[in-house]
Design a protein around this ligand. Structure first.
Ligand code: MIC
Ligand code: SF4
Length: 643
């Protein structure tokens, strides 16, 4: 049987292990990206690995998340990252240059390359046929230092697309539909590979939108073939020399498959508070909107903004709505400034933000209390907007723009418009925001610049026997936004774990830190898909700092599970998920024979309060076991060489 495209790329990059689903392999990483909210930690960790120069072909450090400078903290972080980029030979993309995933697509992504990024939406690059994977900061630091990444070979999920989208539907509606079908856990353990004749009808940025929200499915990554649309996109961005035609073999093997007829996709929303809460717009009651936000790495491309401009042309934003638009990159902003679309936005009464993540990560534009906010973004977790009781709906840019005019969540067909733009338009690839690395090592900085906001990161300890209380019993679907909340007030402290730890789990409980302090740490018990969402390693670093030794859950999200292991916190699963019910908060727990159990894969949890024993499992690879024994990935990887 032939190979899927994802398997072909994995095969070309295989450094160690066997290409069999479920086996851990090491792959060569061609490129890396970091952004500022995970980057400070990643560069502190890279620094701790004592290297001179990165091992990748290209590494880029973006400043795109924490760009609201309400105090010195974010600016200090930017300065540190800039100095680390200089010291280690990394391209630095200044604030204003754009959102990492959008800029990567425009300027760096190559069909057939591997990319590892310290951001869960790194798979956006799959729109261009790149195998782009999101990971924790430490995994990316190791990839920069050593050029490799360990990953369990995923299964491959074929998404077979037929026909083409109707004019009112957007690629966003396709991925919202898939999320509605498969749920936020549906892609766990899979690479989503798009095939079929419908692929041709989607542009690279449509494909990127779909790959972007593969992260919401929990997938390892998502990928499209590289074809004539890929070539057209690369040509438009002056990079046709990196084009390679890539596709799966005709008789490729897939573990799962789903068929989607694109012509049946209708404008849709994800309702509060999860991206899989799918509903077609036409079946919604009339929901008044207070805020509409267009942008984010999901839907801020030139094409998307031109669709928005066609809708806003000659119209005005509803008096009761605040419409905010953030273009994905400086390249796009320059283009819409030149072609008049920016003027259309301003005439319509939109608020224009600089190119960056902005409201998507709660960096400003928190809606009013109890507001309904409709966003072209990818996540609508409770509290993520900065307003705990806001109701966040996700939708396409077209649905957003039409709703901003009408004042309620509306189907694009409620307004007539004609999208006008030239598909072959060429872009002036903006270089003004880049600082390229100095090739001559002697001319590079010898020391990084650490302002007073940069604090040392907590160090892990070797995994050992545990006798602790259950300091928190959580339910299903705990996100990393719950474990380490992020908004304009907290993001400036991503390099200050001690301060950030005050806020651990505050979307759920007020006193997590106090509980940890009073009980000298503890263990967490949780339901399904623990740690879904963002790649932020901070969701492992805060518990590490507070003395959490293990998380016992029904299941874990991929990136967070790795982040726990990297920091030597045990991620253990119930053998029988019903045992979850038997444990109560504050029960005294003992897990003995940890070192032996790491090898056996079975752990016995003794609930001393209830006087019962519960079986737990952990399918650790040999390397993961060694990482836990070594007291974390940093200790393990520092002297490891694969070649
Ligand atoms: C997100 O969308 O949640 C973020 C902010 O981009 C995160 C990274 C972070 O928490 O810094 C992600 O997706 O990984
Ligand atoms: Fe930025 Fe939002 Fe994309 Fe995360 S999801 S990278 S915060 S735009």
């Amino acid at each position: 049987m032939g190979l899927s495209l994802a398997m072909k790329i994995l095969k070309n990059h295989l450094l160690k292990g066997e290409l069999k689903a479920g086996q851990e392999i090491a792959i060569k990483i061609d490129q890396t990206l970091t952004q500022d909210s995970t980057g400070t930690m990643a560069y502190l960790q890279l620094e701790a690995m004592d290297i001179e120069d990165v091992a990748t072909e290209n590494s880029v450090a973006y400043i795109d998340h924490n760009i609201l400078q309400a105090g010195f903290e974010n600016a200090d972080d930017h300065e540190f990252i800039k100095s680390a980029a200089n010291k280690f030979g990394i391209t630095f993309s200044k604030a204003g240059g754009g959102i990492c995933h959008q800029v990567n697509l425009e300027q760096f992504a190559k069909p057939g390359d591997t990319l590892l990024g310290s951001d869960s939406h790194t798979p956006t690059g799959g729109g261009l046929g790149e195998l782009a994977i999101g990971a924790g900061g430490l995994d990316v630091a190791v990839a920069m230092a050593k050029g490799f990444y360990f990953v369990k070979v995923p299964k491959i999920y074929r998404v077979n697309l037929t026909s083409s989208l109707s004019p009112m539907a957007n690629a966003k509606d396709v991925i919202l539909y898939i999320l509605g079908k498969l749920t936020v856990k549906g892609g766990t353990g899979f690479i989503m590979e798009y095939t079929g004749q419908g692929v041709k009808s989607l542009s690279v940025t449509d494909r990127a939108t779909i790959c972007n929200m593969g992260a919401e499915l929990g997938a390892t990554t998502s990928i499209f073939p590289s074809d004539e649309n890929t070539l057209a996109y690369l040509k438009a961005h002056g990079r046709e020399e990196v084009y390679k035609q890539l596709q799966a073999d005709e008789d490729a093997y897939y573990d799962e498959s789903i068929d989607i007829d694109l012509s049946e996709i209708k404008p849709a929303v994800a309702k509060p508070h999860f991206p899989d809460q799918f509903e077609e717009v036409e079946s919604l009651p009339r929901i008044k909107v207070d805020q509409v936000a267009i942008g984010s790495c999901t839907n801020s491309s030139f094409e998307d903004l031109m669709k928005v401009a066609s809708i806003l042309e000659g119209r005005r934003v509803n008096p009761d709505v605040s419409l905010v638009i953030s273009p994905g990159s400086a390249t796009i902003l320059e283009k819409i400034a030149e072609n008049g679309a920016l003027a259309t936005f301003i005439k319509a009464g939109a608020r224009i933000l600089e190119s960056g993540c902005g409201p998507c990560i709660g960096m400003g534009q928190a809606p009013k209390a109890g507001a309904v906010s409709l966003r072209s973004f990818n996540r609508n977790f409770k509290g993520r907007s900065g307003t705990m009781d806001a109701q966040i709906y996700l939708a396409s840019p077209e649905t957003c723009a039409v709703s901003a005019v009408l004042g309620y969540i509306a189907d694009p067909k409620e307004l007539s418009y004609e999208t006008k733009f030239n598909k072959d338009e060429s872009f002036n690839q903006t270089q003004a925001y880049f600082i390229k690395p100095e090739k001559d090592l002697s001319k590079r900085l010898k020391e990084t610049i650490k302002g007073k906001n940069i604090k040392p990161f907590p160090r892990a300890e070797k995994a050992s026997d545990i006798e602790k209380k259950v300091i928190y019993k959580a339910g299903d679907g705990i996100t990393t936004d719950d474990i380490c909340p992020s908004n304009a007030k907290l993001l400036p402290f991503r390099s200050n774990i001690a301060y950030l730890s005050e806020f651990a789990f505050t979307t759920k409980i007020d006193d997590f830190k106090k509980r940890c302090e009073e009980n000298k740490g503890g263990i967490i018990v949780a339901g399904e898909n623990y740690g879904q969402g963002s790649s932020r390693e901070h969701a492992a670093l805060l518990p590490l700092y507070l003395g959490v030794k293990a998380v016992v859950a029904k299941s874990f999200a991929r990136i967070h599970r790795s982040n726990l292991i990297n920091n030597a916190i045990l991620p253990l699963e119930f053998v029988n998920p019903d045992d979850y019910e038997k444990i109560s908060e504050y029960d005294d727990i003992r897990i003995s024979r940890v070192v032996e159990s790491l090898k056996e894969g079975i752990f016995i949890l003794e609930d001393l309060t209830k006087n019962i024993k519960i079986k737990l499992k952990a399918d650790f690879s040999d390397r993961e076991r060694e990482v836990l024994e070594a007291g974390g990935y940093l200790n393990y990887a520092k002297n490891l060489d694969l070649e």
